[in-house]
Design a binder for this molecule. Structure first.
Ligand code: DAT
Ligand code: MG
Length: 142
C-alpha cells in the first residue's frame, strides 16, 4: 500500500448477491479506481450481524437490519484507493436509494432504504474495525 492509499470495508448485501449483481458492482468499483485487495463470499450469522451493527442497536430498524444481513450470502471486501473511505461513500450514494444521486450504486441497484445493495465504512476508525471484524492480516495480500 502506498503512503497515499487508504483502505475501506465494503459489503455487497443479500439483495444484490441474490440478484447476481456481484460482478456488475465489482466492475463499477474497479472502473472507478478502487483495487479489491481482499474479498470473500460468506454467510453472516445473526449474532455476527448484531455485533457488526451494534452502533444501531437502539434504532427501530435494528432487528430487521440484522436479520436481512444474515438472510443470504454477502460479499465482504477490502477496497484500496487514495481517499477510499469518502470516495466509496460517494460511489454508493445516499442510504435511501430514492435519495441517491444518479450514477451511484444505490441509485442503480438499491431496492429500498433497508435493501440498499452495499455497505461502506464511514470513517477511518470504523474502516479499521470493520476490516478486522471480517479479515485476518494474512487474507489481505494487496
Ligand atoms: P449507511 O449504510 O448509509 O451507512 P446507516 O449506517 O445510517 O446507513 O444505516 C445502516 C443500514 O441500516 C442502512 O444501510 C440500511 C439500514 N437503515 C438505515 N436507516 C433505515 C431506516 N430508516 N429504515 C430501515 N432501514 C434503515
Ligand atoms: Mg453506516
Amino acid at each position: 500500500m502506498t503512503s497515499q492509499s487508504e483502505r475501506t470495508f465494503s459489503i455487497i448485501k443479500p439483495d444484490a448477491t441474490k440478484r447476481n449483481l456481484t460482478g456488475e458492482i465489482n466492475a463499477i468499483i474497479e472502473s472507478t479506481g478502487f483495487r479489491i485487495v481482499a474479498q470473500k463470499r460468506i454467510l453472516i450469522s445473526l449474532d455476527q450481524a448484531r455485533k457488526f451493527y451494534e452502533v444501531h442497536g437502539s434504532k427501530p430498524f435494528y432487528d430487521d437490519l440484522c436479520e436481512f444481513l444474515s438472510s443470504a450470502p454477502v460479499v465482504v471486501q477490502v477496497l484500496e484507493k487514495e481517499n477510499a473511505i469518502a470516495d466509496y461513500r460517494k460511489l454508493m450514494g445516499a442510504t435511501n436509494p430514492n435519495a441517491a444521486d444518479e450514477g451511484t450504486i444505490r441509485k442503480r441497484f438499491g431496492i429500498s432504504v433497508d435493501q440498499n445493495s452495499v455497505h461502506g465504512s464511514d470513517s477511518p476508525e470504523t474502516a479499521l474495525a470493520e476490516i478486522k471484524f471480517f479479515f485476518s492480516d494474512t487474507e489481505i495480500v494487496g
